[in-house]
Every structure is written in structure tokens, then in C-alpha cells.
Design a protein around this ligand. Structure first.
Ligand code: UD1
Ligand code: UDP
Length: 356
């Protein structure tokens, strides 16, 4: 039995095509939801939108400090893995559920497969970078979305036999839902104007400190002077951003977090996106929507070299949006293997590795 450990919004988007591809092999699968994300708009809506199987178990760990949350996931997973003895544990991305599962599995001598291995921001102040580095050391199979990740893993001493460049399952999900992204329907549902920008912010470096958040709110208001801004607000930043008066500008629309299909439909119709999300940098690359990433670095440089992404500071985000609006959309050659077939490639490697 293969155990998939999922906990946070981006995990669901990455796992869906892998679980679907593995289900064709007939191998037994168990979906374990850690409960890291639990609001209906952060969790259930993704299972519905993506046709994911209902979780076989929800560990309901909820929120907490890094140590509290990671430890709670580890304690619950240890029990689960001992009871069920999976032959492989599959983990996704770089969230606390990912490191917790990899660590527990490794100590129980259960093999680990990491989907989205080898990405590096080289910024150890990001909790995700800590998670990424450790998970890759613990993984028997490292599934890589981008060629430079192979070099990062080699530089960290990861045996080349463990590394498989398979493409990007998040893009499998995007491409397989293209005909469902109905921008006009989203425009009507949320009363959006013809031209708008989408903004999302949830990185601790942007939304945890009220002063930094207030600075970004000021910039978002300046952007709203150029174009209407629609912002589905992640729960992490909700209080601090609204306390800083984010919704005080008449051309800033705050929404609850959107389900996957509505969100990507909104992004698809946007004139520009301002974000600090990892996944959104990749989605805009494929959709050809200009993406301004409010971060000093990215673990996804291919979205800059092959996509529409540009790193910006709070000081240059407003002129960058103005330029993006003037330049319009641009199609570029897609990154290699971002072709919608990463899930089946992963399933083939897993099957071969586990053996008949
Ligand atoms: C987590 C990941 C981050 C990822 C993001 C995707 C880690 C360390 N971080 O960040 O890499 O980009 O998910 O969205 O794993 N909350 C709710 N409802 C929920 C979930 C969270 O209200 O359903 C609130 C709680 O106040 C919680 C806070 O959001 O304390 C942060 O949640 P948490 O899961 O710790 O991290 P994220 O910021 O969501
Ligand atoms: N997303 C969504 N609704 C939203 C915001 C994001 O469906 O309101 C999707 C987005 O398309 C992407 C995934 O959630 O596929 C990424 O999640 P997030 O930005 O929270 O995490 P990150 O990628 O930064 O880890």
C-alpha cells in the first residue's frame, strides 16, 4: 500500500494527478490528511474541485507553532504508519506535513518518495527551505520538476539514482482543468470588472509583521490606482492586512480563499498577478499572465527564465505592475516536461521501483 500524506492547499493540487495515475496501476493507496489546513475553503473545496478521493483518515492536527504542528503530525503519523505498514510514503512540496511524514517514515525504515524535490531558494529564513533540504536527504525517490533541481540534489550528495526528472504535477492539474476555468463565470459571480489584477500574499516575511504588511497594503492601494485589485485572502494574513486597512480602497476587492477552479479562472483572466505564492508563479508561467513576485528570491527560477515571473520589492512593485499592464500577456516556450504527463511518469517510476 502507498500512503500519500497531504496537509496543505498546495499538496492537494500536486497530489491529484499522482494519485490518479497510480490508481490505474491497481496498487492500493491510502490518502492521509494531516489536517494542517482545515477551513472548508483551504481543504474540502480542493478535494471536490480536483476529484481527489476522500481522505481515508484526517489526523486533525490543526494550527500551531512549527514545533507544535510538526510534532503533532509526527506523533499521529507514527501510529498510523505502524498500524498500516505502507510500502512507500509519498510526500509533496515543502510544508510542515511534508517534513513530518518524511522523518517519521525514515525512522520506521519505510521508503519515502518526494514529489517536487530539489527546489532551492537558498534562503534558510524560509521554513519551506528547511523542510525541502531535510526531506530530500530522507527520500529514496526524488521527483524533480525542473532541471536545475537535479544539480542542487547532486551538490547536496543525493545519489543520482534516486533522482527522476518527471515534469510538474501541479501543471498536470492545470492543463487537465483548462476547459473548467471559466473566467466570465468568475467575473459574474464576484462582480469583477473587465480588467483587474489578482493579488495573493501569505509568506511569513510579508504578512506576519504588521509594519511590513502595512507597507504592502500601501503599495496595493497604489496598484489599485492603476487597475482593480482582487485579493482572495489567505487566513494567515487576514487579520494583519485588514487591520492595515487593505479593504479601505474602493478598487480593492477582498474575497475568501477561492477554490482551485475559481482561483485559476480568475488568474487566467487577470491583466497581472502580484503574489508571494510558489504555485502561482508556475501557473502564471503556463497561462502567460504577467506575475510579479513579492520576494527577494525564488526556488522556481525557471518561471523567470521560461515564464512570466519577475521578482520585485515593495519599492518596485507599483512600476512593475504598470509595465506589465502596458506590455500585456506574453506566451513563452513552456519549461521542459511541463506537459501534463508528470503524474503518469511518477507512477511508472514508482511501479518499477516497488516491483510487480
Ligand atoms: C503553509 C505552508 C506554506 C504554504 C502554505 C500554502 C508550512 C511551514 N507552511 O503556510 O509553505 O505556502 O501553507 O497555503 O507548512 N489557518 C486557518 N485555517 C486553515 C489553515 C490555517 O485559519 O485552514 C491560519 C491559522 O491561523 C494558522 C495560519 O493560518 O496559524 C498558518 O497556517 P499554517 O498551516 O501554519 O501555515 P501557512 O501560512 O498556511
Ligand atoms: N489557490 C487557490 N485559491 C486561492 C489561492 C491559491 O486555489 O485563493 C491555489 C493556487 O492556484 C495554487 C495553490 O493554491 O495551485 C498554491 O497555494 P498557495 O499559494 O497557498 O501555496 P504555495 O504554492 O505558496 O505553497
Amino acid at each position: 500500500m502507498i500512503a500519500h500524506v497531504l496537509g496543505a492547499r498546495p499538496n492537494f493540487v500536486k497530489a491529484a494527478p499522482v494519485i490518479a495515475a497510480l490508481s490505474e496501476t491497481g496498487r492500493e493507496q491510502r490518502v492521509i490528511h494531516t489536517g494542517q489546513h482545515y477551513d472548508e475553503r483551504m481543504s474540502e473545496v480542493f478535494f471536490r474541485d480536483l476529484g481527489l478521493p476522500e481522505p481515508d483518515v484526517n489526523l486533525e492536527v490543526g494550527s500551531g507553532s512549527h514545533a507544535v504542528q510538526t510534532a503533532a503530525i509526527m506523533v499521529a503519523l507514527e501510529k498510523e504508519f505502524i498500524e498500516r505498514s505502507p510500502e512507500l510514503v509519498m510526500v509533496y512540496g515543502d510544508v510542515n506535513s511534508t517534513i513530518a511524514a518524511a522523518l517519521v517514515a525514515a525512522k520506521l525504515h519505510i521508503p519515502v518518495a518526494h514529489v517536487e524535490a530539489g527546489l532551492r531558494s537558498f534562503d534558510m529564513t524560509m521554513p519551506e527551505e528547511v523542510n525541502r533540504r531535510l526531506v530530500d536527504q530522507l527520500s529514496n525517490l526524488c521527483f524533480v520538476t525542473s532541471p536545475e533541481a537535479v544539480g542542487h540534489l547532486a551538490a547536496e550528495g543525493v545519489d543520482v539514482d534516486r533522482v527522476h526528472f518527471v515534469g510538474n504535477p501541479m501543471i498536470d492539474t492545470l492543463l487537465s482543468h483548462l476547459d473548467k476555468f471559466d473566467t466570465e463565470a468568475v467575473r459574474r459571480s464576484y462582480d469583477l470588472p473587465e480588467r483587474y489584477a489578482v493579488a495573493t500574499l501569505h509568506r511569513p516575511a510579508n504578512v506576519d509583521d504588521p509594519e511590513i504588511a502595512a507597507g504592502l497594503v500601501k503599495r496595493l492601494h497604489e496598484i489599485a490606482e492603476l487597475v482593480d485589485v482582487v485579493m482572495p485572502v489567505h487566513p494567515r494574513g487576514r487579520k494583519v492586512l485588514t487591520d492595515a486597512g487593505l479593504d479601505a480602497h474602493p478598487r480593492v476587492r477582498l474575497l475568501e480563499p477561492l477554490g482551485y477552479v475559481e482561483f485559476v479562472a480568475a488568474v487566467r483572466g487577470a491583466a497581472a498577478v502580484v503574489t508571494d505564492s510558489g504555485g502561482v508563479q508556475e501557473e502564471t508561467t503556463i497561462l502567460g499572465v504577467p506575475c510579479l513576485t513579492l520576494r527577494p528570491n525564488t526556488e522556481r527560477p525557471i518561471t523567470i527564465t521560461h515564464g512570466t515571473n519577475r521578482l520585485v520589492t515593495a519599492d518596485d512593485v507599483v512600476p512593475a505592475v504598470a509595465e506589465a499592464l502596458a506590455a500585456g500577456r506574453g506566451e513563452r516556450e513552456h519549461p521542459p516536461l511541463w506537459d501534463g504527463h508528470a503524474g503518469p511518469r511518477i507512477a511508472r517510476v514508482v511501479e518499477g521501483w516497488l516491483g510487480g
